[in-house]
Design a protein around this ligand. Structure first.
Ligand code: EPZ
Length: 416
């Protein structure tokens, strides 16, 4: 298996172009199942999860053609809902979007449980409760889920018991072609949900968000359109933590600062200088030793759980350290032992991790999931000496060309 090699201690200078958001591209790719005619999706990130999602579609009979490296043309008129690649489905959480789309178009779906990063339980009960509310029958047995409806899905009011990105998106996917008005309450607010809503509305859907309630009026059909995916907020935050760990000055291009507006003040509080040049460009200067911070993860616009591990690595390099209280995925702490291997002074109690200022030394570590892998790269960039990060595949699931982008900023990093 490939490894990432990092010689720590280099400051970062230069410009990095943020790629399209993986967690938007995935629901939008699966949303094309609802669409008649060809969709052309731009700013698609080159990451393995996207490749897998496109493979699942093409194995169902969809036409999937790359127009260029970041643009893909998708037609799904003649797909067969029974020819699903269960192995790929069980590798990816985003496969859950096959439930809402196939149910809406075919009235049935039988698939392996969606997979995803292995940080503990990834239930789909909120999704299934919503489908049941819409009149579908859900059956789960030995790793498979079967959802059927012998009549049309029913409109109505769906209140999610938990704030769930996936369940919110799946309720939207199941409702856009359902006759009448559907109201979804207690929804998640992440930018990738609104990216999916923008795509579907451009295709002819009638979806309106009012705070954490989403109003949908069903339409008869959706037509294919050209659409550009929002930039990846978590990728942008990851590069900010990289320059925080190494010092330097970087420019982030192709971002939507409004999606970062609730978290940028945290970095300024810690001692970074952030200049918003407008037209999707941010300048980040990290020249002094940062002070630490205590954060708690929360649904958007709160501190994102997907930035928790990377932020913990950053805290190692701050004056005074800090803590992260993980309220969404209790199993997200596998990176802690790896940081300890590097000399990280890290204590974990219940849902909280306390980080003391640490002199990290380069060593051999192991990525255990996507963001844990990114955290080890952040830690290695600021560490003394040489690090290698194993299980690179986890990182390449969600970061386009992270090695090339960091090299262009002056990091000594390569895949071996
Ligand atoms: C999405 O996962 C993202 N994945 C995750 O990103 C991200 O961490 C998460 O949202 C939260 O922002 C994709 O978009 C592919 P949830 P999702 O449903 O939809 C519980 C990454 O690093 N829950 O918002 O699965 C759940 O256990 C990945 O890119 C239920 O109890 O997350 C969690 O505690 C990792 N029942 C909380 O809700 C359900 O039916 C939030 O989960 C669904 C969720």
């Amino acid at each position: 298996m490939e490894k990432i090699f990092v010689q720590g201690g280099e400051k970062l200078y230069g410009t990095v172009k943020i790629s399209g958001m993986k967690n938007s591209a995935l629901p939008i790719i699966f949303s094309t199942i609802l669409v008649k005619g060809e969709s052309v999706l731009e700013n698609i990130p080159i990451v393995s999860d996207v490749h897998n999602a496109l493979s699942i579609l093409s194995q169902m009979g969809a036409t999937v053609k790359y127009e260029d490296l970041h643009t893909v043309r998708i037609k799904t008129e003649n797909i067969d809902p029974n020819s699903l690649n269960m192995e790929l489905i069980s590798k990816m959480r985003a496969s859950s979007y096959l439930m809402g789309t196939l149910l809406a178009v075919f009235g049935k779906v039988m698939m392996a449980y969606p997979g995803g990063c292995n940080f503990g339980q990834r239930p789909i009960d909120e999704h299934l409760k919503g489908f049941t509310k819409m009149g579908a029958k859900c059956k789960e047995s030995d790793g498979y889920v079967e959802i059927t409806t012998d009549k049309k899905l029913k409109n109505g009011k769906i209140t999610l018991d938990k704030i769930s990105v996936g369940a919110t998106i799946n309720m939207i996917l199941a409702s856009v072609l359902t006759e009448g008005k559907t109201i979804i309450c207690n929804t998640a607010m992440e930018p990738h949900i609104d990216d999916t809503i923008c795509f579907l509305n451009k295709c002819g859907a009638n979806i309106k968000r009012v705070g954490n309630t989403i109003h949908i009026r069903g339409v008869d059909r959706l037509k294919g359109v050209r659409y550009s995916i929002f930039p990846d907020t978590i990728e942008a935050l990851t590069y900010i933590s990289c320059v925080g760990a190494t010092k330097g000055v970087i420019e982030l291009k192709n971002i939507r600062t409004e999606h970062l507006s609730s978290i940028l003040p945290l970095f300024e509080y810690m001692g970074m200088d952030i200049t918003d040049f407008g037209n999707d460009t941010l300048n980040i200067r990290s020249s002094i030793q940062l002070c630490g911070a205590h954060v708690r993860t929360a649904p958007y616009p709160g501190f994102p759980t997907d930035f928790h591990p990377q932020f913990s690595s950053l805290l190692c390099y701050t004056n005074g350290g800090g803590s992260v209280d993980e309220t969404i995925f209790p199993g997200r702490f596998a990176y802690v032992n790896e940081l300890k291997k590097m000399g990280g002074r890290v204590d974990k109690t219940n849902s909280q991790v306390f980080i003391m200022p640490s002199e990290l030394i380069g060593t051999e570590t192991c990525a255990t999931d996507l963001r844990a892998g990114a955290a080890l790269i952040v830690a290695s960039l600021g560490a003394k000496g040489v690090s290698t990060v194993n299980n690179v595949g986890f990182i390449l699931r969600g970061y386009e060309d992270i090695v090339g982008k960091l090299s262009s900023l002056g990091a000594i990093i390569k895949v071996i």
